[in-house]
Design a protein around this ligand. Structure first.
Ligand code: FAD
Length: 509
């Protein structure tokens, strides 16, 4: 259905590039338009004083044998190009509350046995919770790469849309264990009473089944996807933002960039935050009710990130898994506390691996959930032209993070060669994401109709892709890319090819 079509993709993040690569394999001529000089969005890496840092893709899931990302990347022919390092099987995540640290092993059984051993009186409930967590993930066909009939998130059971905190509380009465089971909260921007259980289930199942990190950064995935597009005759135009989209008679007629280029195609696909997309479209493109709805959907929280380079010879241990730190119990669902004095209540930190990684780390990244309201007083400023008060605030907050990091990793300050921070404004301006939302729109079980967008729009040749549709991150975005690409290629067509390619390769066919 899509063969030979010209596809214009606006935004070269994971969503735009994966959708483009899938459609390139369907015989489409794909052009990706990216505003930044370097493609990738959340996959993009950058260098500071010659040292490589990742921006928005630190922890991976789904790359284990037979798992969804492994299958998708096998089909796209990029799996062997990716340098991925699994986290330690006996400790996929270390989770600290104050002075207690839990070293959680990977794999459903080992994970369950470890916690059942620590909380024996909760063991029965815990086992039922784990089984039901997996059962919830089974309700999302596309997560297991089964054809899904056109909508990834069709709810089935009552628990699907139960708030995640209430879902956990159904099985576990010990509040310490209940908090521990919610420790991945920063990986999905969880909000008590609002984040649906299925989001909690998909992210937990994804990572417990096998987590990993990119060796030498996530840029490699963006570059590999771009190669698939180019190999099929497509092109990537980076460094020239789209500034306008002409629409007539409910059809996109052309896309215009700041550099004055005009692009036309049969189909147009937006990987942008829908509010950013609205700013590029004429008002008449969508009904006011739809525009209002897009503007009203709440966004996930943002983050204050600290990037650290250690001194040469510092002998800071390389840790082969992420670490989640909270200063005490009681905040797991309130990590994004707007109270500046107590910031940060918790964070996730990791030492990203490099090729030939030895026992010592050379870098660390620390991500602290932060609401956009913390920086909204400087919302009118742009990168490179922020006022001095913002810079003073940023430095003060950076020191607060380092003070707490010192509690998590004693002696770390003296090992720091240099460090710097990014804020919700950085994320907003860099990706063009409303309010610097880490994961785009929030999924809210109290109002799923509001927070769930179909890939098709009322502009008949304009489709949506990316983290704001369905689910975010290394797994959610490629799964949505399949849904978007199948809107053109035919339902189930790409899923079938992905499974055939994977099964063929693994049967030596
Ligand atoms: C700090 C941080 C840490 C994260 N950590 C993880 C993690 O460990 N694991 C995980 O799975 N997920 C993580 N995520 C989430 C993950 O990065 C995103 O879900 C994913 O990268 C989103 O991909 P996307 O293509 O939907 O959006 P984006 O990556 O935002 O892509 C959108 C693209 O559109 C471009 N664009 C915007 N406006 C225009 C325009 N006018 N013209 C042309 N192009 C434009 C942007 O520059 C960008 O490249 C993290 C996110 C952040 C911010």
């Amino acid at each position: 259905m899509s063969e030979g079509k010209d596809i214009i993709i606006i935004g070269g993040g994971l969503g735009g590039l994966t959708t483009g690569a899938l459609l390139a394999k369907e015989g489409c001529r794909v052009t990706v338009l990216e505003k930044n000089p370097v493609i990738g969005g959340g996959l993009q890496c950058f260098r500071r004083r010659g040292v490589l840092f990742e921006t928005g893709m630190h922890i991976l899931g789904g790359f284990g044998p037979g798992h969804n990302l492994n299958r998708i990347c096998t089909y796209l022919g990029i799996l062997d190009k990716l340098d991925i390092r699994p986290t330690d099987p006996d400790c996929m995540d270390a989770v600290t509350f104050g002075t207690e640290t839990y070293r959680l092993p990977g794999g459903k059984e080992a994970f369950t046995d470890y916690l059942a051993g620590l909380f024996p009186d909760q063991a029965d409930g815990l086992r039922r919770y784990m089984d039901d967590l997996w059962a919830l993930s089974e309700e999302v066909d596309l997560f297991y790469l089964r054809p899904d009939g056109g909508s990834m998130l069709r709810p089935h059971s009552d628990d699907f849309l139960l708030p995640a905190d209430e879902f956990i509380a159904k099985y576990v009465t010990d509040t310490r264990l209940a908090e521990l089971l919610a420790y991945m909260n920063p990986m999905y921007g969880g909000v008590a009473g609002h984040t649906p259980a299925f989001v909690h289930a998909l992210i937990n199942v994804l990572y417990i089944n096998g987590s990993a990190m990119f060796v030498d950064g996530s840029q490699q995935m963006a570059d590999a996807l771009a190669d698939v597009i180019r190999a099929a005759g497509g092109s990537i135009r980076a460094g020239d933002p789209v500034t306008g989209i002409d629409v007539e008679d409910r059809l996109v007629r052309r896309v215009i960039t700041r550099g004055g280029q005009a692009y036309t195609g049969d189909w147009y696909i937006s990987d942008l935050h829908p509010c950013t997309l609205l700013d590029l479209l004429p008002e008449k493109a969508f009904l006011k009710s739809y525009r209002d709805r897009l503007r009203e959907i709440p966004n996930s929280y943002s983050a204050f990130s600290v990037y650290i380079k250690f001194k040469d010879g510092a002998q800071r241990p390389f840790v082969n898994h992420p670490c989640y730190w909270q200063e005490e119990h009681g905040h797991v669902w309130r990590l994004c506390d707007p109270d500046e004095a107590s910031f940060p209540r918790g964070f996730m930190y990791l030492t990203p691996p490099t090729r030939g990684q030895g026992p010592w780390a050379d870098r660390m990244t620390v991500n602290c959930p932060m609401p956009f309201s913390a920086v909204s007083r400087w919302a009118d400023s742009v990168t490179g032209h922020r006022p001095p008060e913002y810079r003073a605030w940023k430095e003060r907050v950076l020191q607060q993070v380092l003070d707490k990091l010192e509690r998590a990793c004693p002696g770390i300050r003296v090992d720091i060669d240099f460090c710097f921070a990014s804020t919700p404004l950085t994320i907003r301006d860099y990706y063009g994401t409303k309010e610097g939302a880490l994961y785009g729109y929030n999924r809210d079980c109290k109002n799923m109709a509001l927070s769930q967008l179909p890939v098709a729009t009322k502009v008949r040749n304009l489709l949506l892709t990316g983290q704001n549709i369905n689910l975010h991150g290394i797994c959610g975005v490629p799964l949505t890319a399949i849904e978007t690409a199948e809107a053109l290629a035919g339902r189930g067509v790409i899923v079938r090819k992905i499974n055939e390619a994977y099964n063929g390769r693994n049967q030596g066919l």
